[in-house]
Design a protein around this ligand. Structure first.
Ligand SMILES: Cc1cc2nc3c(=O)[nH]c(=O)nc-3n(C[C@H](O)[C@H](O)[C@H](O)COP(=O)(O)OP(=O)(O)OC[C@H]3O[C@@H](n4cnc5c(N)ncnc54)[C@H](O)[C@@H]3O)c2cc1C
Length: 506
């Protein structure tokens, strides 16, 4: 199957950056620092992050990038290459290239750019049938999402309240159905944490495989819901965490936090109205147990996340090389070895993405997705990576990033000019440039923004044990574990108490 249609039928409704920014001013209920945010795009806690996202939308219309970034889908709409299913390894290679281009724009520092949830939404083009009576909703959402390039966030996790109680007993906290009528359903409860949600068009509300697996029929139906909710839906509150963008004094002091801070938020639904056209699964325990596994989301989001992490690692390797050059440590053997290890880490992850796009497996309809086992392995490897990166920075660049000034204002004081020029200089680097470089290192590795990134890389894809349990479960279901046991059985069959059975050793 081809995804390319004749140019005559092509429609291009992809948003520009300006259209994206304007679309966010829709009356959504965002709470920040004791106040309801009026227009999120102009609020100092969110302003620059919104503009960083907007740059992605502008890139879709850049004549130099358009061919690599976009494709015409089977319905005749131009869309980002990852916003529509792949039907071949070539399509997946194209999608990886498009993800790569987008991620480079923000140097890999925005994990929840719109291509993240595209991992799920694109597959609705082929997989809408799964949703039975809501299949048309799924297809319509695909068309809306891909043709405009919508930005969706998602919430899957329940607040960590009393786990000794069943879900039915914590109905007042966990998201559940209040009532429904001919227009739609009303839901209440909380979900966490919705990264970047304030800057999205809608939230995909789902349930993790782990939680779904313990749901019981005739008990948990009111919790068995999957739907999409517009960010300005009545009854939806977005409770933001502190903003590192707001705290940033200047680009010079916080060059990353001041423009890439994707605020993580708790979503509170209070009798929130969800029209039927936004519902995908309604009170259906069987469906919520299946929908993640059959959606292709897992296989695809790990591709997006791994490409994104590669760009971030490239950025950090660049920082490390420049930092060691500034400190004059770059020619030491141990320092070079540490940098080599970071490069190998980046190259290993990139090689995993190559395996994911070159060796796909069939998915819903005619689509293909990265192979499950490769995606599961990549998820575990990548979520471990950041701790090692930080450890390397702490030992190799050591205390250099803390040899700095209090803010850019020190640079503007004549009395301190010669102090900075004289005492802050690096190897072949003026004092001002050295401070500028190490401020960037600080924001990447040690600031509050950086600390949140460490937490994100470790946890965004589920808790550590669950990641490994999933790898074991799928390897078991797909027969890999049986094969591994068979290998051992074969070796055990080579000999017994009388000696060799296998003639090769007799
Ligand atoms: C910065 C950041 C951004 C995020 N963004 C999003 C987002 O946009 N959308 C979203 O849905 N989620 C998001 N998450 C949430 C993330 O998915 C969860 O944090 C993650 O799934 C881990 O869940 P948890 O924090 O509840 O940890 P827990 O599940 O509480 O795990 C904590 C520890 O307890 C152990 N444990 C848990 N359950 C059991 C058990 N039954 N038996 C034995 N041990 C157990 C785990 O192995 C782990 O070591 C984000 C998280 C972070 C940190």
């Amino acid at each position: 199957m081809t995804t390319v249609q004749s140019q005559a039928k092509v429609s291009n409704q992809l948003m520009t950056g300006q259209a994206y920014l304007e679309s966010l001013n829709d009356g959504r209920e965002i709470w920040f620092d004791g106040e309801r945010v009026n227009n999120v795009v102009e609020h100092p806690a969110f302003r620059n992050a919104a503009r960083s996202m907007a740059r992605l939308y502008d890139a879709l219309h850049d004549p130099e990038l358009q061919d690599d970034l976009t494709i015409v889908d089977k319905f005749g709409s131009r869309t980002h290459r990852f916003f529509t299913p792949a039907y071949s390894a070539d399509d997946l290679h194209g999608a990886r290239k498009a993800i790569d281009i987008w991620q480079r724009i923000n140097y890999g520092w925005m994990g929840r750019s719109p291509d993240y949830k595209a991992a799920f939404m694109a597959q609705l083009a082929e997989g809408h049938f799964f949703y039975d009576q809501f299949a048309d909703n799924a297809l319509n959402w695909y068309k809306k999402f891909s043709s405009q390039g919508l930005h969706l966030n998602h919430v899957l996790i329940d607040p960590p309240v009393n786990r000794a109680k069943s879900r039915a007993e914590t109905r007042d906290i966990y998201l559940s159905l209040d009532k429904s009528d001919d227009k739609g359903m009303y839901v209440s409860g909380a979900k966490m944490v919705a990264t970047g949600s304030a800057l999205t068009h809608a939230t995909f509300v789902g349930i993790t495989g782990g939680v779904a697996s313990v749901m019981e029929k005739n008990r948990d139906e009111d919790l068995a819901l999957v739907f999409i909710v517009d960010m300005n839906a009545p009854g939806l509150k977005v409770i933001s965490r502190p903003s590192y963008e707001l705290k940033a004094n200047s680009p010079f002091d916080a060059p990353l936090a001041s423009r890439f801070d994707e605020n993580d938020a708790v979503m509170v639904f209070e009798n929130c109205f969800v029209p039927w056209e936004n519902v995908l699964i309604y009170r259906d325990i069987d469906k919520v147990k299946q929908f993640q596994a059959d959606s292709g989301f897992f296989n695809r989001y790990n591709l997006q996340a791994a490409v994104r992490l590669c760009i971030k690692l490239e950025f950090c390797i660049g920082l490390m090389v420049k930092g060691t050059e500034a400190s004059g440590t770059n020619n030491f053997r141990g320092v070079q070895a540490a940098i080599g290890e970071l490069i190998a880490m980046r190259d290993t992850i990139w090689a995993m993405t190559t395996a994911m796009v070159s060796d796909p497996e069939p998915s819903i309809g005619a689509s293909v997705v990265p192979r499950l086992q490769t995606a599961a392995a990549c998820r575990i490897y990548t979520t471990n990576a950041w701790t090692q990166v930080r450890n390397t920075f702490e030992t190799v660049l050591a205390g250099a990033p803390s040899f700095t000034i209090s803010s850019v204002r020190d640079m503007q004081v004549p009395e301190l000019s010669h102090v900075i020029d004289t005492y802050y200089q690096g190897t072949n680097l003026e004092g001002r440039d050295r401070v500028k470089l190490f401020n960037l290192v600080w924001d990447a590795l040690y600031s509050e923004f950086a600390g949140r990134h460490g937490l994100y890389e470790r946890n965004y894809a589920g808790n550590k044990d669950q990641q490994r349990l999933v790898a074991l479960r799928w390897a078991t279901l797909r027969g890999d574990v049986g094969n591994y046991k068979g290998l051992v059985d074969q070796a055990l069959g080579d000999y017994d108490t009388n000696g060799w059975i296998h003639e090769a050793w007799r």
